[in-house]
Structure formats: C-alpha cells, structure tokens
Design a protein around this ligand. Sequence first.
Ligand code: ASP
Length: 356
Amino acid sequence: MNTFKNKRSFFLALITFVISVCSLHAQTKPTVYVLATGGTIAGKGASATGSSYHSGEVTVDDLISAVPSLSDIANIKAEQVTNIGSQDMNDQVWLKLSKRVNELLNQNDVNAIVITHGTDTQEETAYFLNLTVKSNKPVILVGSMRPSTAIGADGPRNIYNAVACAADPAAAGKGVMVVMDDRILGADDLTKTNTISVSTFQNPNYGPLGYMYNGKPIFTRTSLKRHTINSEFDIHNLSSLPRVEIVLSYSNATSLFVDAAVEAGAQGIISAGVDNGNLTTALENALNNAVQKGIAVIRSSRIMTGPTTQWDEIDDDKQGFSASWFNNPYRSRVLLMLALTKTKDYKEIQRMFTEY
Ligand code: ASP
C-alpha cells in the first residue's frame, strides 16, 4: 500500500516537473507571428514536376504545419492577412500590413514578425515596410520559387530559416529583411534577378546582410541607410497613398507614357532611364513639362547596378528632377509615394533619396 502511494507521488511529482520544464521552455522561446499574404509559397501545382500552378491557395496554418520543427525554436502565432499572388499586391494591403506589424510589435509579448509573400513584388513590400515599421524587432519576409506541391519545394526550408533568423536576438535593428535560399538580404537593396532560380533575390550593390547556417544567422553587413525607427515616414493615419507611375526609356522613346501619366493624375513619375538615368530629348522635355505642372520626377535607371547620380548628362537643378542614387525604379516608386506624403519640393525629395 505504502509502495503504491510512494509510486503515485513519484509519478505525480515527475509529471509536475515535466509540465513546469515545458512551460518554462515555452516562456523562454520567443513569440514569432507569421503573417501570410499568399504567393507561390502558398501555391498548389497540378503535378509535382510541372511548372503550372496557382499562387495563394494554401492557408497559413497549412504552411506552418508543413514545418513541425518551427515549434522547437519559437512560439508561433499565425494570421492570414490576405491570400493573393503578389502581382496583385496593392496600396491597401501595404497599409493594412504595415499597421498590423506596428500594432503587433508594440506588444511586449511579441518578439518578431515573419511575413510570407509572393516573390513578384516582394522587393517593393519589403522596402515599404522598411520605411514604415517603427520598431527594432526583426521583420522578415519569406517566399519561395517553387509551389508547396513541387519536388524540392523551397518554401519549408525558407520558412524555417526565416523564423530561426527572426527568433535570434542578432536580427534586431537590422531593418526589414528577406530570408531565402540560406541568405539574409536587406530591403535597402533588394532585387529579384532571375525568373525561375531559387537564389533569385540579391543585394546587387551592397551584398547580402548575411547567411543562414545550421539554423543560425551569420551577419556580414549592416544597412547604412535610414530605416524603421530612424525613418521619418508615418502611415499611421493614412488610408491611401499618392499615385506614382514608372516610365521606361528605350531608343526612340517618345512623350507618350509621360503624357498619359500626367493625364491620369499621377503626382509623381519615376523615369527608368538608360545608363545613368539618361533620357531621349523627347522624354526629358515631357518630364520637364510634368515638373511645370507640379509633378515630382525622379531620374532612376533601367540598369540593375550602380547609382543614378545627380548632374551627369542632365542638369537636374535646371529641370527640377531628383536622382534616385542606389534605388532602382521599383524602390524609387515606394520612396516617392512616401516622400509625397510630406513634401513636393525636389531638393527635399533629393535629400530623402540620398538618405534612404
Ligand atoms: N506570382 C507569384 C507571386 O508573386 C510568384 C512567386 O511567389 O514566386 O505571388
């Protein structure tokens, strides 16, 4: 009888011990929110080997349950923000996402955010968040080039690495990042460089922020650009963003698309010029006409690397243009949309393009 009683107390004590160790472990693990927006990472294909598939069909809960080891590194909470191919990403989702990220990161019990996102416009969303999230806590975007049903799907490994990076204290204060193909990339220079490769994302001017190795981040640079808590932009009270269009340069380019943008009511135009932001005479004149009508014009370049510098073959002060420096046309568009919420002055906008 006594032995039975002792055994029972022993097992009770053991169970209590195991439960308290588990709950202590859960308390010490960081809490990472996974916000899902769709993309190929949530895509389903007709076959495991074919290339045809639909983006945004798998829910956030299914994405997470495909990587059971996530619970070893973090307490995972999940939310479905939207479920779209990122070719349809838009200002309304950006505003909703940025506000939700800020709201969550203001909570003491949230340590980091991972956002699953399509790769088509991932660089634009990452940069928008880089300039509008007001927190030092890690924010990491992750996507995949292969749908969840493909042989060698890259999504699960990318999600694991994104959460592992987000959960690591070393990831704080680095600005918004993308973790894919074992690399950590900064939103300050993010560019999709290949239509099908899993290593499509690069930081072509500055190099990657670091690497993921055995589930641990190894950082090799920090961003020298203003971002997150050092950004002057605040979307808190905004329900829409200024309209900014991009106009591409090529031989024989005429004023056609600049005139169309002006006619459509654009408040800003990004010129994706040739070489160092250079323009045909027709385009230069059309953009100067736009400036006369109060439209902000940024000279950027269709070339993937190198800066678009001020005062090269074009006299920016004479024309009232600002140069994009290291921002490509897509990041330039995001920055100009935010800049126009504060100013229309080309010199002030030029300052922003040198600082962000
Ligand atoms: N169209 C997809 C998307 O951006 C492509 C991808 O995720 O790779 O949502």
